[in-house]
Ligand binder design. Structure first.
Ligand SMILES: Nc1ccn([C@@H]2O[C@H](COP(=O)(O)OP(=O)(O)OP(=O)(O)O)[C@@H](O)[C@H]2O)c(=O)n1
Ligand SMILES: C[C@](O)(CO)[C@H](O)COP(=O)(O)O
Length: 439
């Protein structure tokens, strides 16, 4: 029997009004490929059989077919209508291993006037033997393949709809005009990403029965009665909506984060130096360590998560040693001092402050100095809390604040020392930061 086939709907028919480049957004060129191509290249190596359906702008079908065929080189020719393939580019994230021939089919159809009608048109172009359908925005071209695999896996494991989400890091306000009428409780709010996944028959039925426009597929599926659950999203799956999102994507591809990079004791680079200067950006590492004693009377906040039922950490702030160690590592890498010298205990806003506040302020300080975060790695040493089950959640929470890749791990000290006695917890972080080269 054939392995299950995953349907992959890529909606790429939007006009990109908010981006404002006068061309459909999915056809905008960025670092060696259009957004459409970047999104499809992420599928290389996707396990099992795959049926891809692209909803493209009606006036650009030929171009979309050509680009999609080249980006999915193993797509079956009958459906792919292949034409002059473009060469692969140097995108480090795109896996070089293409899927095996026969395992991928491609259809490119005209999208509609709304995202929803574009999804509907592409679903209709999928073959009938898909068990799961993933729906993805071409406007999120760097969503990694692992995210699509995570979503598809969760759909197959549960039979529910699955949406990848990131925690909301800002305080959210509900408005009437410009007047604030409510501050909703943030802990139950998340930001939805794509790809969103569904059992194929349920999604087809939900789209057939939809009577109003929804902003995402999960909302449409839920309105049709399908249960929808979440999995951790990925910071790289950000949506390119406005010009600054495109700049962010372009910097990410160039391998550095700021067009103008300043560092104490180093020269300024201007925008005109552009990618040439960025290629030359110097990488600096930093290390940070933070320890806090346990306080049985306090709630535990660690790695920007709340840990109900666990003893908390003593401190002037909320004691989030993981966040504090990361701040120190970032400040050290950027040559900007340390958490003690930057954030005084006399600042009333910091009394009881959460780790996210320290991380946000640290990131803003690095931004001000033109230093860009490349990645962070952090490990904490403690007998409690048990960490493994919340690793993804912790990584996602930290990545959402830092907008950079984070690895997080935990270990015990084999009952040795203060961590072994359960007196407290210690966190050690390293950070890699890009700064301008010396003059
Ligand atoms: N009629 C539409 C509208 C949107 N989309 C797709 O839906 C995704 C998310 O939409 P958004 O980011 O809002 O894209 P645009 O509609 O192009 O942007 P804008 O609202 O600024 O015009 C994008 O990949 C877009 O191409 C689509 O296929 N068909
Ligand atoms: C589907 C989506 O990407 C989920 O966040 C989003 O709703 C689409 O963006 P739009 O601007 O509402 O079309």
């Amino acid at each position: 029997m054939d392995a299950p086939r995953t349907g992959f709907v890529l909606v790429a028919a939007g006009s990109g009004t908010r981006l404002g480049v006068g061309r459909p957004k999915a056809l905008v060129d960025l670092g060696g490929g259009t957004l459409l191509e970047h999104a499809l290249r992420r599928l290389h190596g996707f396990p099992g059989r795959l049926a891809v359906a692209v909803a493209a702008p009606a006036g650009h079908l030929d171009a979309a077919r050509r680009l999609a065929s080249a980006a999915l080189p193993a797509a079956t020719p009958a459906l792919a209508e292949r034409a002059d393939a473009r060469p692969a580019h140097g995108d480090p994230d795109a896996s070089p291993a293409p899927p095996a021939a026969d395992d991928v089919t491609l259809a490119v159809v005209a999208g509609g006037a709304s995202r929803q009608s574009s999804v509907a048109a592409a679903i209709d172009a999928l073959p009938g033997d898909c068990d799961v359908v993933l729906v993805h925005d071409a406007a999120r071209p760097f969503a990694p393949r692992a995210l699509a695999e995570r979503v598809a896996g969760a759909v197959r494991a549960t039979g529910d709809g699955v949406v990848p989400v990131l925690p909301v890091v800002d305080t959210i306000k509900r408005l009437s005009g410009d007047r604030v009428v409510e501050t909703p409780e943030r802990s139950s709010l998340v930001a939805a990403q794509t790809p969103q996944g569904f059992p194929a028959p349920a999604l087809r039925e939900a789209y057939r029965s939809a009577t109003i426009e929804h902003t995402d597929d999960a909302a449409l599926a839920a309105a049709a009665g399908l249960r929808v659950r979440t999995v951790p999203g990925d910071v790289h799956a950000f949506k390119i909506t406005r010009p600054d999102d495109l700049e962010r994507a372009s910097r990410m591809l160039a391998g550095a984060s700021e067009p103008s990079v300043r560092f104490p004791g180093h020269r300024d680079m201007d925008v005109a130096e552009g990618s040439r200067g960025l290629e030359a950006a110097e990488l600096r590492t930093g290390i940070g360590v933070d320890a806090h004693a346990f306080d049985d009377t306090a709630p535990l906040h660690l790695a920007c998560l709340y840990w109900p039922g666990e003893p908390g950490l003593a401190g002037h702030s909320d004691g989030d040693a993981v966040a504090h160690a990361i701040c120190d590592a970032l400040l050290a890498a950027a040559g900007l001092g340390d958490i003690g010298s930057v954030f005084g205990t006399d600042d009333p806003e910091l009394a009881g402050a959460g780790g996210a506040l320290f991380l946000r302020r640290t990131r803003a300080l690095l931004d001000e100095h033109g230093a860009s975060i490349r990645n962070v790695s952090v490990q904490f040493v403690a007998e409690r809390p048990r960490f493994a089950a919340r690793r993804d959640e912790a990584r996602t929470a930290l990545e959402a604040v830092l907008e950079a890749p984070v690895s997080i791990a935990a270990t015990t000290s084999d009952r040795l020392g203060f961590t072994g006695r359960r007196d407290g917890l210690i966190a050690i972080a390293t950070a890699l930061v890009a700064v301008a080269p010396p003059r």
